[in-house]
Design a protein around this ligand. Structure first.
Ligand SMILES: [Zn+2]
Length: 283
């Protein structure tokens, strides 16, 4: 094979790849290879979230999801366990059915029917009871993965009167880098559609008050939600939130916690080299 024909063949395949990419982009759908990568990434994330040594979730606690295309997302099925999650425990769900009912008065039975009706494949398992807040968060620009856990260390703080202080202040710079300058804190509400509405309202107020979006959501008497553009990012945010809670809790036990000055928190949040680190961590 001479140089000219090799080059023209390479050019042909390059053009073909570009055309395929354009086709998937225009259709609003992800190409099959990327779809499979998303499934693999979500399964890998779930394995980490369910690892016993991480103490994030036991039994069927927690849920995680990822965007598949403009119309659908993938979410852990109700009642399944992170620690032994298999591909058949992930359910592909349509956004439309879920989001269209967020403002409607619906009974528990109707929600049950809605969750089943939202499945792309009627033979798949029932999606998580928290499917509503996953759907809403996955429609935020830049959000591709959502992980919800019940970490022991974070819940120690969320079940005591110091939750507000933990939300507003920062103890260490890496907490700012991975979890944002402050958390969004949501009062306890019934899990499911009520919680999704409370998160939507809390999110909108947070953005209006602060001028930036939260990266991490704390649910009083319940748990943690990390959002991000990759599985690695939401795992890093979850792990750092747990570490921050341990540090905060330890500081409270030995006296009054000493927080970073707000100006230093702002400085870390806006530093170029920290933005570089965030990029390296796949945020
Ligand atoms: Zn939960």
């Amino acid at each position: 094979m001479d140089f000219v024909s090799t080059t023209s063949k390479q050019g042909y395949y390059q053009l073909l790849r570009s055309l395929l990419k354009f086709k998937w982009k225009v259709s609003g759908r992800m190409n099959p290879a990327n779809l499979q990568r998303r499934r693999t990434d979500l399964l890998g994330l779930c394995k980490e979230l369910g690892a016993p040594e991480n103490r994030l979730c036991i039994l069927a606690e927690g849920n995680a999801s990822t965007v598949l295309d403009e119309d659908t997302f993938l979410i852990k099925a109700s009642g399944t366990q992170f620690c032994n999650l298999q591909e058949q425990h992930l359910v592909q769900v349509r956004f439309e059915e879920i989001l269209s009912t967020l403002d409607e008065e619906v009974t528990d039975e109707q929600v049950e029917g809605l969750l089943l009706a939202s499945r792309v494949n009627p033979d798949s398992l029932k999606p998580s009871v928290e499917t509503h807040f996953h759907a809403w968060l996955l429609k935020i620009q830049g959000v591709q993965f959502v992980a919800h856990t019940h970490p022991v260390e974070v819940n120690k703080v969320l079940c005591c009167s110091l939750a507000n202080q933990f939300t507003e202040r920062r103890c260490c710079p890496d907490e700012v880098v991975c979890c944002g300058p402050k958390f969004l804190l949501i009062d306890y509400v019934d899990p499911g559609i009520e919680l999704a509405r409370a998160i939507r309202e809390g999110w909108e107020t947070f953005v209006t008050d602060n001028g930036f979006s939260p990266r991490t959501i704390l649910l009083k008497n319940h748990g943690l939600i990390a959002i991000g553009s990759s599985a690695a990012a939401v795992l890093a945010t979850t792990q750092m939130a747990v570490k921050a809670a341990e540090i905060f809790w330890g500081a409270c036990l030995t006296g009054e916690p000493v927080f970073m000055p707000p100006s230093e928190v702002d400085r870390i949040a806006s530093r170029q080299d920290e933005a570089y680190r965030q990029k390296q961590l796949n945020f």
